[in-house]
Design a binder for this molecule. Sequence first.
Ligand code: ADP
Ligand code: MG
Length: 356
Amino acid sequence: MNMQNKTFKRGLGLSLILVFLLSGCSNNDSANESAANAYPFSYSDTTMGTSFSIKVSQLPTGVRPKKVKIAIREKLEQINQQMSTYITDSELSRINSSTDMTSRFISEGLYKVVETAQEINHLSEGAYDITVGSLVNLWGFGPSKALSHTPKDEDIQKLLADVGSDKIVLTARLHTLSKTRPNLYMDLSSLAKGYAVDEIAAILDALKITHYMVEIGGELNIKGKNKQGKNWRIGVEAPNAKKRELLRVLPISDIAMATSGDYRNYFEQDGQRFSHTIDPRTGYPITHKLVSVTVLGDTTMKADAWATALMVLGPEKGYQIAEQQKLAVLFISKMGAGFLEQETPLFTEYTKRKGQ
Ligand code: ADP
Ligand code: MG
């Protein structure tokens, strides 16, 4: 690589770690299409700037696959129209671009997601903060185009004045939101995928489907058994650029899971990597040695938000808060030429129990 290269690179980079599904029985099986097609219902496509995959291993009689597919498609379109920052006339984009600070009624979906974000902000001591949006954009990770140079410190400081969860006011009874700063910009990318996964799972639940796997961009919600009548098996790939190896196989069921990592979305300048996760307390991308954080939980939305929050907090403080909050988390950090895995007691307990 040319070290003098001043242009920013953004994109996929090396997939050092991947969370993927194992549809077969052996450890070396990766998800393969013919096996996927054998599911009575399977649906894969793209949404929210990433791919999604839904598999149902038993479809109740009378439930038509076409009907399920339409319901899922419509739900995804609705969520995007509520909370995407990439759609200029989405409900969220209209709030972000307006300088109006009066209270407004917001949709149930948007309310639920912002309310959860506020809760995780509090529990993470401010490390997780959806109002970091303007800085995400400044660093070139938002819908606006990529940068040609690192942002100026004075621009970062200026935007930091509009960052902070206290600048969002919600009223639970009326489902209203108001901003206390005209330029407040909310970014829900860190939990919207998780929310969408839960909403699709709820559609399947309502149709009395009890064996399914729903995944959007690596965030999952799993119930019941796979096609072989066994627990769904989730592979966590080892961070090895040369060889695809499995670090872990988690045989899990009835659980939500989300992973945050820096191996996919970053840009490079002069050989230095800049993460897409911004520390809202400094306005700069995080720099510690965490490679990825995987969180298990009841809802994918919370697991997704926590994965980002713990990524900001780092391996020490993050571990401490995860333990206090009784979260099931696997942290993977860079260590010399290798990687260090640390899991909270609940993660160990859960994966052991389910591994029986
Ligand atoms: P991914 O999009 O790779 O699944 P995450 O769920 O961790 O990763 O979300 C990262 C995104 O969240 C960033 O691209 C940015 O839009 C937003 N973000 C960055 N820093 C923060 C933060 N401190 N708190 C909340 N959201 C953040
Ligand atoms: Mg997240």
